[in-house]
Design a protein around this ligand. Sequence first.
Ligand SMILES: Cc1cc2nc3c(=O)[nH]c(=O)nc-3n(C[C@H](O)[C@H](O)[C@H](O)COP(=O)(O)OP(=O)(O)OC[C@H]3O[C@@H](n4cnc5c(N)ncnc54)[C@H](O)[C@@H]3O)c2cc1C
Length: 455
Amino acid sequence: MFRRVAIIGGGAAAATLLGELLERQPPQPLHLDWYTGGTGTPARGVAYGTTSDRHLLNVRAASMSMFAGKPRGFLDFVQHDDPAIAGTDFLPRRRYGDYLEAEVARALQQGNAHGHDVNIIPFTVDALVPERDGVTLIHGEESHRADAAVLALGALPPRPLSGVGPAALASGRYVVDPWQLLAGAASIKPPPRKVVLIGLGLTAVDVLLELAVQWPQTEFIAVSRHGLLPEAHLHKAAAPTDDSAELIASMQDAPEIHRWLHLLREACAQETDWRPVIDSLRPHTSSLWRELPLEQRARFLRHARWAWERARHRMPPQASESIAALEQSGRLQRQCGRVQSVELVDDALQLSLTHAGETRALHADMVIQTVGLNTDVRRTHHLLVQQLLTNAHITADPLGLGVQADTTGRLRHDGASWPHLFAIGTLLRGTLWESTAMPEIRQQARNLADQLLSD
Ligand SMILES: Cc1cc2nc3c(=O)[nH]c(=O)nc-3n(C[C@H](O)[C@H](O)[C@H](O)COP(=O)(O)OP(=O)(O)OC[C@H]3O[C@@H](n4cnc5c(N)ncnc54)[C@H](O)[C@@H]3O)c2cc1C
């Protein structure tokens, strides 16, 4: 087992791994260094650091436990205060943050009782050097040794889209990080009259729900290639279809995206609701993804990703109703188009959009980039990731989906896996595809804890 483990990251993935490790009683106590990154409350991260009750979990309460071994964990936590809450409810993400914090506090106490030693270090790790028998971590002027390290960095900081001019960026009217904007939206006075959002996924939904209330006079235009919102969950939950074995076997027989879409369409057409079919694939997504040759994965990203994401990452029904009301009131318009450029013209931003062979212009007081998670380590300014890549300690996924790793989360370099350098969560998208939400992260945390503590 590794006795001294460094966990790098201050979000839910790091907190879950910490909890898994501290509740075990290995033959010798552990020493954990938890580098929490220094911004926000440890454990909450970007997703659960929101204070707005309009920001809802997009997964039902019953499926949001932090721990694979305690499936009712989150539900028990919220029902303790309010027994009327049902497992099928979509609760505010703020409540999930409360749960994460409470579980971390409990885990620290339990770890203490088991003799484990935890050092919470509220800084970012700037560099990391893997060596034969351990790793050295550097933050500022200090360096520390550990027997093993786990990268739990979440998604990379967002980057402006190509085509956004330097004057547009410098104007402050082009917003690259929507979460930072939401944190300070109330102080923007007067609010912009016309806002364009680029991207129409769950991030756009969150931003619209919040800003529509905070800026009641503002009009919104949301642009994406297909102009479609994420699908919505139904109020009533349905269990995933349990007869998906045949579908999965057919998919495995022909690992080809065109064929898979055909099979999925056929399977969905046989059901009254397509959602349980999509959900039934979830436990198999990683193994299906691994069956796909690289060129098929690239094809999926080019042609089918948008459709998969909107069916798979659905919005809660309440969010869908609020967005529909915003559209009906005329304050939200959706448009199809690819953004080619964003320039500052006089005192406003001008977007050039193409759609169906035509180019047109849109004008806005503010443009917000809501394109979803950034996972491309090849083009990031994240200091630690840049250093690891430059020194060839890690290898980028060829399609921009994080870093190369084996299925146990061990990072790969030079065609081999490091014995003591791991990742959990979003960085593993290229290996597992489905690797950002709590149902996957908690399973990864459990497996990783097993590995770190095995002989
Ligand atoms: C807005 C939003 C809503 C979501 N809603 C849901 C949901 O409803 N249900 C669900 O299951 N999933 C949801 N997700 C998915 C979400 O990614 C996961 O649930 C979870 O929050 C991921 O946690 P993480 O720790 O991997 O990443 P993050 O929460 O992003 O945490 C990463 C942490 O690493 C730190 N860090 C980065 N670099 C360093 C460094 N060099 N040194 C030290 N620390 C560093 C950062 O500061 C941050 O604290 C949502 C995601 C977002 C963005």
